[in-house]
Every structure is written in structure tokens, then in C-alpha cells.
Design a protein around this ligand. Structure first.
Ligand SMILES: [Zn+2]
Length: 155
């Protein structure tokens, strides 16, 4: 397996695992709320109800303690799951809302590109693993053992 194929495989796995984790986290967030507050109480990151909220002016939320906090919450649907800003009454922006599907999509897109590229093989590459089969005479890929079609072994 050459370096590019190996890197692609690792990227694919990382992408798939991340997407599974995000999908699972999104489902879990319908019943759980997880919150993290920084030690100086400036930053708050909260996940729940399919959304991630990041607040960078956390001091105004007096109930939020530094460190991790978890509570069960009943699932409720919002009218929309889109990006949003959190504003104070004076209009200052104090945080952002990121829907979890957007995080999922942010992983899906590069993973999809890597997957698509990994699938597209040149004629002289092993159709299974991408190994360069130029000059191959055994009829079998030395890397993965797949059978090779004779016409595929010349450039
Ligand atoms: Zn192969």
C-alpha cells in the first residue's frame, strides 16, 4: 500500500468515526444537555437539542459554573435548526448557535471527497486497493491479493 492510499484510508476512517460520533451525539443531545464553562467563566460551550451553543461572554450567566455539567433534558423541537446569534438586550453579540447537522456536514463533505477519489482508480491501478500494477505478470495484486484483469496491467 503506498503512502497516498494509506493516508486516504486513515482520513476515511477518521471521517467516518467523526460522523458516527456526531450522529450519536446529536441523538443523545435530544435527551441530554452537556455544558462546559471555562475556569474564568468567560467561555461556555453547551450541547443540547441538536444544537451547539458557544458563548464568549459567559460572565453574565451567573448560574454557569466552571467545568463540566450535565443534565437530563426533555427533547423539544425548535421551529428551525439553523445558525443563529445570541444577542443581549443592548444588541451586543455574545454567542453563536451551530446546528449539529452543520458539524455533520462539515465532516461529511471532505470525507465524501476522499471516498470518491479513493474509489476512482486509474486503469493500471488495482481496482480494489489502488496499488500500481504496472508490469504485473502474476495476475494477482501483490498488495491485497485481488485478481487482476490482464488489460489493466499496462499504461
Ligand atoms: Zn490490490
Amino acid at each position: 500500500m503506498d503512502g497516498v492510499v494509506r493516508v486516504r484510508r486513515v482520513l476515511l476512517w477518521v471521517g467516518v468515526i467523526l460522523m458516527l460520533a456526531i450522529a450519536f451525539g446529536s441523538l443523545a443531545s435530544l435527551m441530554h444537555r452537556v455544558r462546559w464553562g471555562s475556569a474564568d467563566r468567560q467561555w461556555i460551550v453547551q450541547g443540547g437539542s441538536g444544537r451547539i451553543v458557544v458563548i464568549w461572554n459567559g460572565k453574565i450567566y451567573r448560574g454557569v459554573k466552571p467545568g463540566w455539567d450535565h443534565e437530563q433534558s426533555i427533547m423539544y423541537w425548535r421551529s428551525n435548526y439553523w445558525f443563529d446569534m445570541i444577542r443581549l438586550r443592548n444588541g451586543a453579540t455574545t454567542g453563536v448557535v451551530v446546528p449539529s447537522w452543520a458539524v455533520f456536514a462539515a465532516c461529511l463533505m471532505p470525507t465524501g471527497v476522499v471516498w470518491y477519489r479513493a474509489r476512482k482508480r486509474r486503469p493500471w491501478e488495482c481496482q480494489k486497493c489502488g496499488y500500481d500494477l504496472t508490469g504485473n505478470e502474476s495476475g494477482r495484486c501483490p498488495e491485497c491479493g485481488a485478481m487482476v484483469k490482464a488489460r489493466d496491467t499496462t499504461h
